[in-house]
Design a protein. Sequence first.
Lengths: 432, 479
Amino acid sequence: MQTNFTAEQLADPHVAESEKILRRCVHCGFCTATCPTYVTLGNELDSPRGRIYLIKDMLENGRPADAEVVTHIDRCLSCLACVTTCPSGVDYMHLVDHARVHIEKTYKRPLMDRLIRQLLATILPYPKRFRAALLLAKVGRPFAPLLKGFPALKPVAAMLDLAPKGRIKAYDPNHVHPRPPEAKRRGRVAILSGCAQPVLDPGINEAAIRLLTRLGVEVVLPEGEGCCGALVHHMGKEDPALDFARRNVNVWTREIENGGIDAIIITASGCGTTIKDYGHMLRLDPAYADKAARVSALAKDITEYLVTLELPTAEAKGLTVAYHSACSMQHGQKITMAPKTLLKNAGFAVRDPAEGHLCCGSAGTYNIMQPEISAQLKVRKVKNIEATRPDVIATGNIGCMTQIGTGTSIPIVHTVELLDWAYGGPKPENVA
Amino acid sequence: MSEAIKFLEPRKNVMSRRRAIIEDLADLLPPECLVHEPRELVPFETDAFVAYRRLPLAVALPKTTEQVAAVMKYCHRYGVPVVPRGAGTSLSGGAIPQEDAVVLGLSKMSRILDVDPANRTATVQAGVTNLSISDAVSPEGFFYAPDPSSQLACTIGGNIGMNSGGAHCLKYGVTTNNLLGVKMVLVDGTVIDLGGKHLDAAGYDLLGLVCGSEGQLGIVTEATVRLIAKPEGARPVLFGFDTSEQAGACVADVIGSGIIPVAIEFMDKPAIEICEAFAHAGYPLDVGALLIIEVEGSEAEMDAMLKSIVEIANRHDVKTVRESQSATEAALIWKGRKSAFGATGRIADYICMDGTVPLGKLSYVLEKTSEIVERFGLRVANVFHAGDGNMHPLILFNANDPEDAARAEEAGNEILKLCVDVGGCLTGEHGVGIEKRDLMRHQYSDTDLNQQMAVRAAFDADWLLNPSKVFPIEGRPAA
């Protein structure tokens, strides 16, 4: 597609990169077909091609973001289904990242919107604050229906709806205690503890560590590591996102240079997509570019790592598993076969729900910021999953687990919990 | 932006009432169904023929036939042009708006209304994508045959407008051969039904007229299409040749011998390289030209037909013959082919021609095409429906270089004229749109064109529907 930037504009490396991305787009429109918001809303402005055009127009004219552009960019889930579909190889992810940073820098959001974003950015990445907020949410939940009456407060109502209904376990940063490998040592890996996941479901990493240890992999939990930064990154808050990234790069680099690690294991695919992008995010920082690229190259989803270990075939469990591929897994990281291969190998009958390419509506904080669209996507997703009549749903991302879990009575677990069970670990608590 | 093709001058009486028209439309449609903020109009300024762009006055995205009718009635009353739009995937600029026009987008009308296996029909809203019809009827053992390469995204309404084709149309025919009925809103808002669930309707075959009328006779809001039972099996087979001439001659001989495979697709060397890099489908990279020939039916039927085709291919010194070994591989072979245009975007901008030639002229036209494109200092990749002679030279150029873009357009015009001169036509499936409009006089005499315009006038005397398209602007009867 033709672009129209001045040499002066192109001197900015961010603009130069976006220009290159835009030049790849031939405006064929294929991306509209697999975009969850276009499929839901039927307006090209809420499709990748429409957003690309809005961003192009805004950047070419060097304009601050305005309410219209912000509305349509905000509605983007960043599910990246369009990137999977695009035959021309348009790097929509980095284009929309740039647009979000541009919005954050040039647009003043309405007060309530600003407050909610700031609240999420201040709480979610920090496990202790997040747990405290969840406890508060239990008290606030009865007020959710009331809040829905005020458009500006809908996100708050959505937050209350999403908070777990059951007991919220105490957050113990040392809740998992890695042990020396139980079998002949096959490797050494660091595992990302994460921020929201250990509060919502500490069982996921426990299962991952148990399984890896049993398989002869030494697991380390490097000290000082924090949120991957995805959350603020997707809000266009570039500086805090890069701070999170640098902090983790420092921690993992220390580990790489001391004990040496074969991989940085991630059990939340949303975080995986971002950590694999550290190399790009920090490319303009000479002090970090190389280190970040090294970290990104080592980042592996747990299933991506497990398939390299050639696990034995386990006997059939008689359980049907609907595998929900998180967008960050299938589109962000292009991991499509590994989780299903592992599950089948572990003795589960695996089903692929229809419209598997469509997002469940979770998408980080999307279900809080865009509750209406998110709710429609959840209903559609749950309908497709339930049509496969599964005994259990497996997925690789805590966000999807929370989202889908609030829409169905079928138990939902992380893929690694089933694998841990199949290879000698305990049965996941919520599986009948 | 290219300027060689002119649009109609915006109507002054419409432009001066812009504000009022938007306010009136807002009374007819729910708020989420009307786009009018200038910045939000920009993404609607073009379709997949991106060299030409015009901002529309407003975009209406109705949800019902009644809303479409209300918008049409209003626009007719006040003389406001209307440009219909499906998914905006037109390669001939069929959905490019103009400054005084309301874009009428059918993208919110995307429901499958009825699947009737006993009558082998499906009735759908116009904004349903081509592929989702096949997806919806697949559990019943059926599919919808015409399969434009953009079938993932393009809508049935747009397919009807352009009488779209696709790879599998060699055996099953194009849209018009698979369309049984439509609900259509006329320019004044009247709603009519044409055809039904049967193969022929009483009275005039107006359906045949409507299919391919490029949005100039009315706005189709619902369509009833014919479904076809899925074959027992299907096998795409790759035939690699040293030269395009050999491949072209092989196609003519296969068809000439009375064999009708489901599809015969052609790729030249640049196209093979582009598609293989994208799809990793296992296309041979050591050949000069490739045919994808798909056979279908029972194993015995497929074997028998393949045997005859291989015999013919051998006479043309076929270099490699490779059958797809699995369903996954077959899917990749088609994915590569159907993504060919978009994948070309990885290496350059392109414009895609759509001329159709008699099969005996295939090799000659391929050779001449290369000569023409080289003369303009450009490159070309050929990937097309060889079985029905429907060529798609992709002329590669740099859109940020206006001279390069102008040369690409000129080269394209020469190629299309060549297609007509050898006894073919300007468009096989993409429609005339704006792209080929001014070449229509090369194809038709004034008498022919006047007759077509007279039919058009019977539906839309004021030239309100998609007015800048299909017919050259000079020589039109006064509205």
